[in-house]
Design a protein around this ligand. Structure first.
Ligand code: GLA
Length: 749
């Protein structure tokens, strides 16, 4: 519900989970007043206090009111260089070189539903599911108008924000900063949480006390990146997974970004987030508009899991689209770690036969099927099949999968080009490169200039051609280097500061056209693993390859970290061979399987080389997963223990089916310990009064049972009330092996 009180100027955006309040003051300024648990009514028990603060200037109209300074007031969308010294939400340069603007309130509208943002990923909802407030601000000198949009959803604790810029003046304006949102908290008693990492080591959680000055979680890589996720949270000190308050921010943007905090002189905290301003210069001609990406703001009074639930709800029901939105995902086998570039039709056929035997459902042909590509030196851009390598073309491989009842999937990397390619010979100017300087490489490849319409058309036509000619059910869309030398040969110099942003908008245009033309295809995005795992990509492609690191133990933290924002159904997770190809670790098959079951399950190893015992184990895991995957993919997910906790040695995840009738619990202990404490896993969010039967229990491989003297819990068939399972927990049988994994399935009676 969105309320506006004309007398007080209070805007109160409220649902069952949160209230967000700001105020129109002096008919001009938007001041942030409250965000947190839902309030019946905002009557202003803690009014703004007029204080004369030295060195905090006044706007011209209030020269004689030294207690009125925008430098000390909590604001909704602060300007730059004009009576507020804190970090700005936007900045401009005018033709005469000045940077000053003054945005004043002009009008507002409240509508049911949510207006569409052209060309961008966005949250969507039916009319009855949300309300949108749009506030138009205009510059006092009539140069610029900014419309701030706020959408409050009814069914989750999410508020979305974005800003639309419009040049209403008579000369061009350069936008040098255009955040999606900003707001000021009245204190700084927070921990700051970010998800940082690197290639094959994505999304580790860092939680540290929020410090004075400016901190920025950001990417300058042209993509959302492995190194830093477009996510920030501010948690109260006592907040843990299950209780306490936390504010989360996530951007629907796949390009570079900045999420900044500033704790300023009086102890308040400003948060600003959106497109990375470094290098951003967008020239807005007269009457032109610029729409910022959308940001999701989540509030939880129920701990970090509460925040994740809000994000998961939004991603699953208001971002992901299409046929697979509410459908369980097929169990796949991918040939990358099985064969790398060294495959042929025969090998793929053997893989398909074996996959069918194991009960798998989708076979994916990864990199190396096109151009003359047999290593990563050539052929990107040549999106046609390598007939020398695959004599029967893709059809033969697709057929070998389909005749065995498997779906068939294919890898593409359409945004890239190799110098050794037909495409480069035909169009050397289609790349991003700095004029006069030699090109820079990443994995021997260059980045296509997606700001050009003809490049976008080429990609759409060639990918669509393959998808229409061949029977392809799944696409893995990769992006294996970051952007450098962001200069487009076709763009006038005054627009070069737009290239990185226009690249991402160009990508969105391509993705919209390809996914729309192929509604039955399941798309998985990828960027050397999870280098572009963001809410923007999920609008087009419902799942993402979480990481190139397939080691089960690394995946405990990568997947736990990813789950802060994204639900398990969006995370590709595969069982791979041991010793693991990334870290050399040897873990039991069961541990690899249970870690992978947390996401969209699959296998990425040469399954044709497994011995009889391994094969039987895989069959058992696949059969088990088919029974529980609906709960794991379409249910609710909770972190119980993670490698980010003080005791870093354990992980426990809980999945509750949509109707609450089935619960799956996974528990991992990384290293066995002498004199280890015995423990139980305390479940969460069960129905305290209901009875749950433990119907399935799998303990660590190699764990001796009974007769050998070690305790085995024998809980299968036993029934417990939800309160006992939550307060006392499920006992974990003593663990005498490294890398142990347990699984329980419970059924509500
Ligand atoms: C990236 C992906 C891998 C694989 C290779 C192929 O690194 O993350 O899964 O597809 O590219 O080159």
């Amino acid at each position: 519900m969105i309320l506006f009180d004309e007398k007080t100027g209070i805007f109160h955006l409220r649902n069952a989970y949160q209230s967000y309040v700001f105020q129109l003051v002096r008919g001009r300024y938007l001041l942030h007043r409250y965000w947190g648990r839902p309030l019946r009514e905002f009557r202003d028990s803690y009014p703004l206090q007029p204080v004369d603060r030295a060195f905090s200037p006044q706007p011209n109209a209030y020269e004689n009111e030294r207690t009125f300074s925008l430098d000390v007031l909590p604001r909704e969308y602060p300007d730059a260089g004009h009576v507020d010294y804190r970090i700005p939400a936007y900045a401009v340069e005018l033709e005469n070189g000045t940077t000053a603007t003054e945005l004043f309130y002009k009008s507002h509208t409240v509508t049911k539903g949510k207006p569409e943002l052209t060309g961008l990923p966005q949250t969507y909802a039916a009319e009855g599911e949300c309300e949108t407030l749009c506030i138009r601000l205009e510059d006092a000198k009539k140069r610029l108008a900014v419309t701030l949009c706020y959408t409050m959803f009814a069914d989750c604790s999410i508020l979305t924000r974005s800003a639309l810029f419009e040049n209403i003046g008579t000369e061009a304006i350069i936008l040098t900063n255009a955040a999606s949102f900003a707001l000021d908290f009245s204190d700084h008693a927070f921990d700051r949480m970010i998800l940082f990492g690197g290639h094959a080591a994505e999304r580790s959680l860092e939680r540290v006390p929020l410090t004075r000055g400016v901190c920025s979680a950001e990417s300058r890589r042209g993509a959302s990146s492995h190194q830093m996720s477009p996510f920030l949270a501010l948690a109260r000190k006592n907040t843990d997974e299950h209780k306490g308050e936390v504010y989360g921010f996530s951007l629907l943007w796949s390009g570079e970004f900045a999420l900044k905090t500033e704790v300023e002189q009086f102890g308040t905290t400003r948060v600003v987030g959106g497109i990375q301003p470094i290098g951003f210069r967008w020239r807005l001609g007269v009457k032109e508009k610029f729409q910022t990406p959308e940001a999701m703001l989540a509030f939880s009074a129920e701990g970090l899991n509460g925040m994740s639930q809000a994000f998961h709800e939004a991603v699953r029901h208001h971002i992901v689209r299409g046929k697979y939105r509410d459908a369980v995902r097929p169990i796949l086998v991918n040939n990358w770690e099985a064969t790398y570039f060294d495959f042929d039709e025969e090998k793929m056929d053997r893989l398909a036969a074996c996959a069918r035997d194991l009960g798998l459902e989708l076979m994916v042909l990864d990199d190396g099927w096109f151009g003359k590509r047999n290593d990563d030196n050539s052929s990107l851009g040549d999106i046609f099949v390598n007939r020398e390598k695959l004599k029967g073309g893709l059809s033969a491989i697709a057929e070998s999968a389909h005749k065995r009842g498997l779906k068939f999937g294919l890898w593409f990397e359409p945004e890239m080009i190799s110098i050794d390619s037909k495409l480069y010979h035909a169009h050397p100017d289609w790349i991003l490169r700095a004029p006069d300087y030699p090109v820079s490489f990443g994995r021997h490849q260059l980045v296509l200039d997606l700001t050009r319409a003809e490049v976008r058309d080429y990609i759409v036509t060639s990918v669509n051609h393959i998808l229409h000619e061949e029977a392809i059910d799944y696409v893995k869309w990769d992006f294996n280097r970051h952007i450098t030398d962001a200069f487009s040969a076709q763009m006038p110099s005054v627009h070069q500061g737009e290239v990185k942003t226009r690249y991402v908008l160009g990508l969105y245009d391509i993705l919209e056209r390809i996914t729309r033309a192929n509604p039955d295809v399941l798309f998985e995005s990828c960027s050397g693993g999870g280098g572009r795992f963001d809410a923007g990509m999920l609008y087009y492609m419902p799942q993402t390859w979480t990481s190139d690191d397939t080691d089960a133990i690394q995946r405990l933290s990568i997947q736990s970290g990813t789950s802060f924002v994204f639900p398990p159904i969006t995370m590709g997770a595969h069982v791979s061979v041991v010793p693991n190809h990334q870290v050399g670790r040897v873990t039991p098959m069961q541990t690899r399987a249970f870690a992978a079951m947390m996401g969209c399950y699959g296998y990425e190893l040469d399954i044709t080389r497994m011995d009889y015992r391994e094969r039987e184990t895989v069959k058992r895991h696949v059969a088990l997963y088919k029974k529980i995957r609906e709960t794991m993919q379409l249910g609710r997910f909770y972190r119980i223990l993670t490698p980010f906790d003080e005791v870093k040695n354990e992980t426990a995840w809980e999945f509750v089916s949509k109707d609450g009738r089935e619960v799956v619990v996974l528990y991992f202990k990384i290293l066995a310990q002498p004199a280890a404490q015995l423990r139980a896993v305390k479940l969460t969010k069960l129905d305290a009064d209901a009875r749950y039967e433990i119907t399935h229990e799998e303990l660590a491989q190699g764990l001796s049972v009974d007769g050998a003297g070690n305790p085995q819990m024998h809980l299968v068939g036993r029934t417990f009330y939800g309160d006992e399972l939550m307060e006392r927990g499920i006992g974990v049988a003593k663990i005498d092996t490294d890398f142990a994994a347990y699984l329980w399935v419970l059924k509500k009676k």
